[in-house]
Design a protein around this ligand. Structure first.
Ligand code: DAH
Length: 359
């Protein structure tokens, strides 16, 4: 290669390695190999040379052109790789960053209260049982010692469904007590369950809704007595209302499926027209309970001479309204978002006895 070609080569290779962007490199390519480029121009001078000169200079120019093209390509590759790396670095997402969800929805006070009930009774060893909303006469009434002519049937304002071909009439369950029957029919003692769920009565005014919720409790074994019933429910009331010295009173009552039966009142005060749960001389009824009637045990195939236990049932709306100061039952079912934002609970605040039930 002649001296001036060598100079051209050194010059071009220096420009190529100095190019610091793909655009800059392209400018070098155009300046050398483009239609009006320097090396292209040199190629054109070959035409005016003698055949010998042309062969020699032509070969040298071809070599130069190939060398420059290879250098351009190598530089282009390394610049492209560097540009990609810069881009990847700037667009990097740190997947190890903690997720901070901001959920928009709220948990309804009824669901919240059910979760709290499950948590409290869960700690005491109760598991959750379920039964159907549409019940038959046997589970809703008969097996619970409520025969056809019993006055309790009228008190319940039952919703009857259309008669079945066999003449039976299903009902919308009027209480969660049929889940006691279904549980005892399925399993032998020891039994320790609660059954939260929907219940229905044909009743609609300021303090009654045709659909409402109850929670049932049932504990059966060989030695459980009224003292255990009292201890369990006193403990529950104090944990649920978060008042450690809450007065709890057991008042004799009557239910067909328990003997003896009681209603449970908690202490409150109504001073100055505001209701406050705690000691204050007044009482509020919150649940029914009793020792499971021997006939009910026998109806489910459980030997009443060997097994005994207690049951209880309470309205979920009522205890939720008392605990959270909700004045009107009907607002519970209005699906009013403003109401839910006010009375609802954050979705990720799962109630727990250790962290506090209501947050
Ligand atoms: N089933 C009753 C009702 O709906 C509530 C009840 C009372 C349930 C006493 C029980 C119980 O298990 O022992 O009014």
């Amino acid at each position: 290669m002649t001296d001036d070609l060598e100079r051209v080569r050194d010059d071009v290779l220096a420009a190529i390695s100095a190019a610091d962007s793909l655009a800059g490199l392209e400018a070098v390519r155009v300046a050398e190999l483009g239609r009006k480029g320097r090396i292209t121009g040199l190629m054109k001078t070959l035409a005016g040379l003698s055949p010998d000169e042309r062969r020699e200079k032509g070969a040298a120019l071809n070599r130069l052109r190939d060398q420059v093209a290879a250098a351009l390509e190598a530089r282009r590759e390394s610049l492209a790789r560097a540009e990609l790396e810069t881009r990847l670095r700037s667009e990097r997402v740190d997947i190890t960053l903690p997720h901070r969800p901001q959920p928009d929805g709220r948990i309804h006070p009824i669901s919240q209260t059910m979760d709290e009930l499950i948590d409290i009774f869960g700690e005491m060893g109760f598991s959750v049982a379920e039964g159907p909303d549409i019940e038959d006469d046997w589970h809703n009434f008969e097996a619970l010692n409520i025969p056809a002519e019993h006055p309790a049937r009228q008190e319940m304002d039952t919703f009857y469904l259309r008669e079945r071909p066999d003449g039976s009439r299903p009902v919308l369950r009027t209480h969660t007590s049929p889940v006691q029957i279904r549980t005892m029919e399925k399993m032998q003692p020891p039994i320790r369950i609660i059954a939260p769920g929907r219940t229905y009565r044909s009743d609609h005014d300021a303090t009654h809704s045709p659909m409402f919720h109850q929670v049932e409790g049932l504990l059966i074994d060989e030695s459980t007595h009224m003292g255990h019933l009292k201890g369990c429910l006193i403990e529950f009331c104090r944990a649920f209302f978060e008042v450690s010295d809450l007065p709890v009173r057991f008042r004799p009552s009557h239910f067909p499926f328990t003997e003896p039966s009681a209603e449970v009142d908690i202490g409150c005060s109504r001073e100055g027209g505001t209701l406050k749960i705690g000691s204050g001389g007044d009482w509020l009824e919150i649940l029914g309970c009793g020792m499971v009637h021997p006939k009910v045990l026998a109806n489910c195939g459980i030997d009443p001479t060997r097994y005994q236990g207690f049951a209880f049932g309470m309205g979920i709306e009522r205890i939720a309204m008392l605990k959270y100061g909700i004045p009107d039952l009907r607002t519970m079912y209005d699906s009013d978002l403003r109401w839910l934002r006010h009375y609802g609970f954050a979705a990720l605040d799962v109630p727990g006895l250790t962290g506090g039930l209501a947050r």
